[in-house]
Design a binder for this molecule. Structure first.
Ligand SMILES: Nc1ncnc2c1ncn2[C@@H]1O[C@H](COP(=O)(O)OP(=O)(O)OP(=O)(O)O)[C@@H](O)[C@H]1O
Length: 686
């Protein structure tokens, strides 16, 4: 950044005290550089005053954040900020169009100059800046200035009114030129036949091309008059004849530099208003094709040439390249005439996308602000001093300003570093706090997980207990149900036994009848009846039942050994008892005092057994015709208990034997008949 010494106050100082000096290089060159000897070290005069005009975007709904930052304490500085970095520019004034319309801007920065023209001064107002930054808007006027929304007149029309209205001069000559493609055109050349007292050059044609003679356009058309309104209308008309083109940067971009020259012949005053074409990047302007690119390059040529002129004057070069472009040729007087002042209005956009161009524009303005009058032409004779002293003084001032700014920046940098260090410490502290918090959170998480596991375990335990309780209840229900079923079964078996007993009795009766005896008190049937009376049977069954029911249902041995299955006949039970299965044998060995009842449901066997009962009943009948002192079933290995029914010595074992005998009688007649057959043989032998 190149901050420049302020010159706003000096700019307003007396401008008529400088003398015209011709340089050795060019005899026509007007010098405005030397100032009188400076014994009291008054600041050098800067003929170029630089004002920043920051445009607004009233048409945009969402405005981008501005890169500009105004300094409330100093309206001559402006800060361009990009994130953490910034650059300060010191100009002669800064105006934000958002806050200040064209009228106010004109009054603050231009009006004074125009008043000078009215009294014979020369002034050049140059609009400089990238395309779309608002140069034409400020120069010719437009809508939306200062947020008012109404159309505002630009500097051209205000200046004209200022010169003509209420002034003693009340007469101007106006020339409107266009510099396009490094050619000068006369925009007024078609307006020859109106009533405004327009002076046309001979052979004036529509938009005539003009030659430069010296530092002026030769044969340029002019309009003269005293009516500001009429002249303004004419200017507005010809302004529209400027070459414009739509580019990516500006819908109606001026492709040419426009120069409006207002001469006040009565006092010798002159006002040049220059609306430059936008300084632009060829690629960004979206120009394609050779011709378009050439055009943009030529536009830039004018801008670049003006830049070089400013730089070389500021640097005190012996040669200033005015002839590098048509524009600078026409502006040469403005720079060299010591009565001339230049007001450079830098137009810039607050859009961050335009940052680079904005910085270039402001840098250029800052450079222009460094120009000091008379710095590059020796004039010892006239001024009695070293002509470079003022330039050196200006440079010293500039250097000291730079140094103080550097110091300020260093201080700011140190402050920023301190703040950064502090922030880093804060960040480190926060980071360690975060780590602690994370560790704490991890522990809490573990605890929470443990708590959850415990909860789940408790829950599962409760569920398990509930399930166990349910199983227990079901087991009890099952046992109860089985008990009832067994009781029913016993009742059924008792009925069957009763039936069999009756059947036996009938058989016996039949048998007796067939033998011709009627003694019911003797014989096999009687003994059976006495042996197995109802009470005894019930007792026996109860006894067996009790033992059976005492079995643990959960015991795998008893659970599998004792199985009550529905049986249609008692004979099947009996046969099973007499022929125990291996499992039952095992149980019997383990629990010798327990009775195992086992039935097998076999339809065919049952039928067979029934037949056997019928067949073998007969054999039993035939056997019982003889006295039968005892029934000894060798296969069972048991004592005949028939004779001991009266005795009560061994009731439990007797009862068991009796049951077995009954089963044997009913279910295994074959074996019985075999035994009885043997007995008969023995008796016969005896
Ligand atoms: N301060 C402002 N307030 C409102 N609108 C503006 C302002 N400045 C510029 N504009 C609008 O922006 C558009 C471009 O502005 P303008 O033509 O003045 O730019 P320029 O710098 O002359 O561009 P170029 O160099 O391409 O001619 C125009 O439509 C204009 O009305």
């Amino acid at each position: 950044m190149a901050p420049t010494p302020s010159s706003s106050s000096s700019a307003k100082s007396n401008q008529t005290q400088f003398t015209l000096i011709k340089t050795p290089q060019t005899k026509h060159r007007l010098n405005f550089h030397l100032k009188p000897p400076n014994p009291d070290h008054t600041p050098p005069e800067h003929p170029v005053e630089v004002i920043g005009r920051i445009r607004d975007h009233p048409d945009r709904k969402e405005k981008p954040p501005s890169i500009f930052q105004a300094n409330p304490d100093n309206n001559q500085t402006v800060r361009v900020r990009a994130d953490a970095v910034y650059r300060d520019f010191t100009l002669d004034g800064v105006s934000f169009s958002e806050e200040e319309g064209i009228e106010s801007f004109y009054k603050r920065f231009v009006e004074e100059r125009i008043k000078g023209v009215k009294v014979g001064e020369k002034c050049t107002v140059v609009m400089y800046g990238p395309t779309g930054a608002g140069k034409s808007h400020t120069m010719f006027g437009g809508c939306g200035g200062g947020g008012s929304g109404k159309k505002e007149a630009g500097i051209v029309y205000r200046s004209l009114r200022e010169i003509l209205d209420g002034g003693v001069v009340a007469f101007v000559q106006v020339t409107v030129l266009e510099v396009y493609n490094e050619e000068i055109y006369d925009l007024l050349s078609t307006s020859c036949s109106n009533s405004l007292g327009i002076g046309c050059p001979k052979g004036g044609t529509s938009k005539a091309r003009l030659e430069v003679m010296g530092k002026k356009a030769k044969n340029a058309t002019f309009i003269s008059g005293t009516d500001a309104g009429k002249i303004s209308k004419e200017i507005a008309k010809v302004e529209k004849r400027r070459i414009v083109k739509s580019t990516l940067c500006n819908e109606r971009s001026s492709r040419s530099h426009c120069i409006i020259i207002l001469d006040v012949p009565t006092v010798g005053g002159r006002l040049m208003l220059v609306d430059m074409a936008g300084s632009e990047n060829i690629d960004r302007a979206g120009q394609t094709g050779f011709e378009a690119k050439m055009q943009t390059a030529k536009i830039n040529q004018g801008n670049i040439a003006l830049k070089r002129v400013v730089e070389s004057i500021a640097n005190g070069d012996s040669h200033v390249p005015f002839r590098d472009s048509k524009l600078t040729m026409l502006l040469q007087d403005s720079f060299e005439d010591d009565k001339s002042k230049i007001l450079m209005i830098l137009c810039a956009s607050p859009d961050p996308k335009e940052m680079h161009k904005t910085l270039c524009t402001l840098e250029y303005g800052a450079k222009a602000k460094c120009i000091v009058r008379g710095s590059h032409t020796p004039n010892k004779d006239k001024n009695g001093g070293d002509e470079s002293s003022s330039r050196i003084a200006a440079m010293d001032e500039f250097i000291s300003k730079l140094q103080s700014e550097k110091k300020q920046q260093e201080k700011e940098r140190n402050d920023a570093q301190k703040q950064l260090k502090k922030k880093e410490e804060e960040v480190a502290a926060l980071r360690s706090l975060l780590l602690q918090k994370e560790a704490c959170a991890a522990t809490n998480e573990e605890e929470a997980i443990e708590e959850k596991v415990n909860e789940r375990t408790q829950c599962l335990k409760a569920e398990l207990e509930k399930k166990l309780e349910e199983c227990r209840r079901m087991a009890e229900e099952f046992v109860e149900m089985e008990r009832r079923r067994m009781e029913e079964r016993i009742v059924q078996q008792q009925e069957e036994l009763e039936m069999m007993r009756r059947r036996l009795e009938e058989i016996e009766v039949e048998f007796r009848r067939s033998r011709g005896t009627t003694d019911e008190t003797s014989g096999f049937a009687k003994r059976l009846r006495s042996l197995y009376s109802d009470d005894d049977m019930v007792k026996s069954m109860d006894l067996d039942m009790g033992k059976s029911m005492d079995l643990d249902m959960g015991d795998p041995v008893w659970g599998s050994a004792v199985s009550y299955q529905p049986s249609n006949t008692i004979s099947s039970n009996l046969s099973n008892v007499l022929q125990p299965k291996p499992q039952e044998n095992m149980v019997a060995q383990m629990y010798p005092d327990r009775v195992c009842l086992s039935t097998v449901f076999e339809e065919e066997e049952v039928e067979e057994d029934e037949e056997k009962v019928i067949v073998e009943d007969k054999s039993i009948c035939s056997v019982t015709t003889r006295p039968m002192p005892s029934l000894n079933f060798g296969g069972l290995g048991k004592e005949n208990c028939v004779n001991s029914t009266a005795g009560d010595k061994e009731p439990a074992s007797c009862r068991k034997l009796r049951i077995e005998n009954i089963f044997t009688l009913c279910g295994n007649q074959r074996e019985l008949s075999q035994h009885t057959g043997k007995d008969e043989v023995l008796q016969d032998k005896n």
